[in-house]
Ligand binder design. Structure first.
Ligand code: GLU
Length: 423
């Protein structure tokens, strides 16, 4: 099943019970706008390079559209459509005033130089600057992009529209970025893990974790887990996987990777086959790399009791059904990795108000928002006797549907879960 089909599967599984009309359902499923552009740049060797860029704007009924920009060889319309839709549900669950979007450029950033990446980014902004903006659609970092990419976007966008740092989030602090943004997704994943473990009478400190991926999300997640006293027993990256039953020294690994570029050859652990990470002996599995890694092929072999989705779309619907049957609790991506977009929202608020927050304020507001979202999802899953993903989608869909109906874009009245009664 491809990414878009998988997202639709989860949408339909949740919307079944909501009593929504077919017309409204269609409005919520389809993206508002899909843009595809050709980016031609001069490569460092003097030849021309052509790349394809995408921006999919899924929904804006709750506010400007929001979502990352991915530079990766797998970026294609199916993928970006699915990721844009996930952003709509993610911002609704977090209850921040945004819709959802996603973009990407089909390229391999590891094979491009700094100046080539800069030219691709500026060429992309030249093509899409009219459809992005602080009140329209606000990009952010995702796989293969970072604060530097956002800085180039600010600069290029500002050439057309005047100084506008709030056109993107995840910027360097010097250009109006927020304290805590870079670590926010990983921090949020740990808050999500702590919440679900607490419900089961457990703590981070007495649990064993396996983390797939050591990029921005996986690395920060592992760091925060280790600082809470958890045992991180397995970690992987593009070069392979490593394990240590007594817990990997994550801080040493971070220094090692900063020097060597990958986890390969790290002395404090033993190498293990990369595909065995997902079925490693642990309490909590955190997929924090690519999508569609937990599938029919490996779902029955997963040994973790909890899966906390740091990545977007790591679990195929077939695997998800197996996890439900096996009693494995899956904390879904649209909640578990929402920390990044939540702190993006704080960054945007700080830009609009021209007022800086301190790191402790960012982190405590993030914690409060993650807990609120978790408690609402948990309550719904208890009332409806359903899994956390279905409850999360129900909460999100009902919020977006209500906004859509209230704005008059759709005539169907819609009964919203959890809406306070009048009077
Ligand atoms: N790329 C991140 C995500 O998938 C963050 C998006 C944002 O901050 O807008 O949630």
């Amino acid at each position: 099943m491809r990414a878009w089909e998988a997202t639709q599967y989860y949408f339909k599984r949740a919307s079944k019970g909501l009593g929504m009309g077919q017309r409204l359902e269609r409005v919520l499923q389809m993206p508002r706008r899909e843009v595809k552009v050709q980016l031609t740049i001069e490569l460092d060797n003097g030849e021309l390079g052509t790349f394809t860029g995408f921006r999919v704007q899924h929904d804006n009924s709750r506010g400007p559209m929001k979502g990352g920009l991915r530079y990766h060889p797998d970026v294609d319309p199916d993928d970006v459509n699915s990721l844009a839709s996930l952003m709509t549900w993610k911002t609704a669950i977090a209850n921040i005033p945004y819709g959802g979007a996603k973009g990407g450029v089909n390229c391999d950033p590891n094979k491009l130089t700094y100046s080539e990446l800069q030219r691709i980014t500026r060429a992309f902004v030249d093509e899409i600057h009219d459809i992005i903006g602080p009140g329209l659609d606000i990009p952010a970092p995702d796989m293969g992009t970072n604060a530097q990419t956002m800085a180039w976007i600010v600069d290029q966008y500002s050439k057309y529209h005047g100084w506008t740092p709030s056109v993107v989030t995840g910027k360097p602090i010097e250009l109006g970025g927020s304290e805590g943004r870079e670590a926010a997704t990983g921090r949020g994943v740990v808050y999500a893990a702590a919440a679900v473990l607490a419900d089961a009478g457990k703590e981070i400190a007495d649990s064993r974790f396996a983390v797939q991926g050591f990029g921005n999300v996986g690395m920060w997640t592992a760091r925060f887990l280790a600082s809470e006293g958890a045992r991180v027993v397995a970690i992987s990256d593009l070069s392979g996987a490593i394990q240590n039953k007594d817990g990997i020294d994550v801080n040493s690994l971070v220094h090692y990777v900063a020097e060597r570029g990958s986890i390969s050859g790290f002395g404090g652990a033993e190498p293990m086959p990369a595909d065995e990470l997902l079925t490693a002996d642990c309490d909590v599995l955190i997929p924090a790399a690519l999508g569609n890694v937990l599938t029919l092929e490996n779902a029955n072999d997963v040994r973790a009791r909890f899966i906390v989705e740091g990545a977007n779309g790591p679990t195929s619907p077939e695997a998800d059904e197996i996890f439900i049957k096996r009693g494995i609790t899956v904390v879904p991506d649209i909640f578990a990795n929402a920390g990044g977009v939540i702190v993006s929202y704080f960054e945007w608020v700080q830009n609009v108000q021209q007022f800086r927050w301190r790191l402790d304020r960012v982190n405590s507001e993030l914690h409060a928002m993650m807990l609120d979202a978790y408690n609402q999802i948990k309550k719904l899953s208890k009332v409806d006797h359903c899994d956390l993903r279905t409850a999360a989608f129900q909460l999100a869909i009902s919020r977006v549907a209500q906004a859509t109906a209230l704005r008059g874009l759709e005539n169907e009245a819609f009964c919203v879960i959890g809406a306070p009664h009048a009077g």
